[in-house]
Ligand binder design. Structure first.
Ligand code: SF4
Length: 361
């Protein structure tokens, strides 16, 4: 077996070097895709994608200075600020998300870290959303070990806290908290027994070494994050990265495939930036091993393709949304409903595009 074949084998490791990650990322595109898909099939159903819906439960006026983020209070992006939502309002949104086919409901708040009185409200949201039969995820900024413990007790399934980029490039992106702060929060989350959701953003002006560096940090955690969101920068005017040149989408697909190979058992999530990708690029991302998406109208404050468009794409690709934590009857009913909705939409689309030659005079 050649060295590259060994790297491509899908063995779970936590000692990746930058040189090894570079070798995986830079192999010929077809070889990379083949390797990623082969690894993917060792651990997952290749025709299933996990679907989450993301709701911004507190928007804007964040004291942090993340250079890509329209919610930072340091930049003027015209975003309207919203206070922490009421529990009942969030539960209603979660019910809608479930109806649309999501299996996980993610709630994001633009905080440096939650105040204890705000955390109490979020704990109630977690309990009630979980009671609906949805998995729960929150992203609230930095957490102490005590706060992580309270979230675990409330039944939280996932905590999202991204590393964003490599340790070397990090200071170009955020100055108000350190890389180590982020790693500490992730450690608190892991210690509390909550699944870790952590990834990064590419297209922020970083070089390819920074991309390998980000992947190395993620893959060499004591346990691979259960969920790895790979985001493509959505350049928002008014932020310091508002004018950054658009990323080559092949680089994005390579990033997904490399994440799949080096973190073989993690869900790799196709995240922000999907709105700007055509169906063919998204399909290549699925082929490269992406098996989780945000599904629904809004991804925090940036647009996300409509749920219906996703249902049509899934139908065309023969992909099914992954089902979780439901009874067999519920799974069958939901699958039938989803397929019927998708078929109806596909038929409507087909009719709209049908060219009836008999009508031509
Ligand atoms: S990414 Fe999160 S922490 Fe950073 S500015 Fe935006 S909301 Fe605040």
């Amino acid at each position: 077996m050649s060295n590259l074949e060994k790297l491509n084998s899908g063995k779970v490791r936590n000692d990746w070097t930058v040189a090894e990650i570079e070798a995986v990322y830079n192999q010929p595109f077809n070889d990379l895709m083949f390797a990623a898909q082969s690894v993917h099939r060792q651990h997952f159903n290749p025709n299933e994608v996990q679907t989450s819906t993301l709701l911004s439960i507190k928007t804007g006026a964040c004291p942090e200075d993340c250079a890509y983020c329209p919610q930072s209070g340091h930049y003027n992006t015209g975003l309207s600020k919203e206070k922490l939502m009421a529990v009942q309002e969030v539960v209603e949104k979660a019910k809608q998300a479930k109806k649309t086919g999501a299996t996980r409901f993610c709630m994001g708040a633009a905080w440096r870290s939650p105040r204890d009185k705000d955390l109490d409200v979020v704990l109630e949201m977690v309990r009630q959303v979980k009671d609906l039969g949805l998995e729960t995820c929150v992203t609230l900024g930095m957490l102490t070990d005590e706060q992580a413990g309270k979230l675990a007790e409330a039944g939280l399934d996932y905590y999202n806290h991204n590393l964003d980029t490599s340790p070397e490039y990090y200071e170009q992106i955020i100055t108000t908290r350190s890389y180590d702060n982020r790693l500490d929060t992730l450690q608190n989350v892991r210690d509390a027994g909550i699944n870790v959701c952590s990834g990064g953003i590419i297209g922020m002006g970083e070089n390819t070494k920074d991309r390998y560096g980000l992947l190395k940090e993620l893959a060499n955690m004591p346990e691979h994050p259960q969920s790895v969101p790979i985001n493509m920068l959505v350049a928002v005017p008014g932020t310091p990265l508002g004018e950054v040149e658009k990323l080559d989408e092949f680089d994005f697909i390579r990033m997904i495939a490399t994440a799949r190979i080096i973190m073989p058992q993690s869900y790799v999530r196709l995240s922000a930036g999907r709105e700007d990708m055509n169906e063919q690029t998204q399909s290549l991302c699925f082929l490269a091993g992406a098996n989780s998406i945000f599904y629904g109208e809004k991804l925090l404050t940036t647009a996300n393709p409509e749920a219906e468009a996703d249902a049509i794409l899934f139908e065309r690709l023969g992909i099914n949304p992954e089902k979780r934590h439901h009874s067999e009857d519920e799974i069958a009913a939901e699958a039938a409903e989803f397929a019927a909705q998708a078929a109806e939409k596909a038929t409507a689309k087909g009719k709209a595009q049908f060219y009836d030659a008999t009508q031509v005079k």
